[in-house]
Design a protein around this ligand. Structure first.
Ligand code: SF4
Length: 217
């Protein structure tokens, strides 16, 4: 890993080329691709650029039914190699999201992610600079010191228009909530639609200071 050189030109690469670079660097078994399935773009990029690559979904127990639908639809359409990572067996559905969102995200997202990336050399995510101010500096690829691996964000430079064009060109299904004002989609208890002009992630943990679930920090 110490000999890894991250190309300085990655910002100008297409997402599929970033995926192929990552697969070449780390091997298909050295990568973990996590997808939230709030849209189909990352999943399509990863599965078509690196056929057979495992796509990991963190099943928090609180995914929207509409998200489950998109998971099923894309799994069939793209013949996805889907891996579901669930919370530990002693984490049962509860009301923690009402009283302790940090604790709830920890047992349903952070701990499962740590299991998903254990032993991997690189982690591929769908975060984009256009997601909002907290992600404005996201690199296409950079060493994540905290987690001890390389974090690869093939869509980091994609604007909302780029995402829409990609989805249109590849005739990808949309998340059913996308045209109902849900600009960012996570767990149903902690996601609301946003009003015109609001930040895209304003509907996540609305009314609290929390802006990230702990995965992308
Ligand atoms: S987003 Fe909400 S429901 Fe989902 S894990 Fe975090 S606190 Fe729990």
């Amino acid at each position: 890993m110490s000999s890894l050189t991250i190309p300085s030109s990655l910002d100008s690469w297409q997402p599929a080329d970033v995926m192929r670079w990552a697969a070449g660097q780390f091997g298909i078994d050295g990568l973990v691709v996590t997808a939230s399935f709030e849209d189909a773009v990352l999943v399509h990029v990863a599965a078509t650029a690196v056929p057979g690559i495992e796509i990991t979904l963190l099943d928090t127990q609180y995914l929207f039914a509409e998200t489950q639908w998109l998971v099923d639809e894309l799994t069939k359409r793209l013949d996805l190699n889907l891996r579901l990572i669930r919370p530990l067996p002693d984490v049962l559905p509860d009301n923690l999201w009402q009283t302790d969102t940090e604790g709830c995200c920890h047992v349903r997202k952070v701990e499962p992610l740590n299991r998903a990336i254990a032993g991997k050399a690189a982690w591929v995510t769908g975060i984009r600079r256009a997601d909002g101010p907290t992600r404005a500096d996201a690199a296409v690829a950079a060493f994540d010191i905290g987690r001890g691996l390389v974090k690869v964000n093939p869509l980091a430079t994609y604007s909302d228009d780029d995402m829409a064009l990609y989805a249109h060109l590849h005739e990808l299904p949309a998340h059913p909530l996308a045209d109902k004002g849900y600009a960012s989609i996570g767990c149903w208890p902690c996601t609301r639609p946003v009003a015109p002009g609001e930040d895209k992630r304003a509907g996540r943990w609305s009314g609290s200071a929390k802006t990230e679930c702990g995965l992308h920090v």
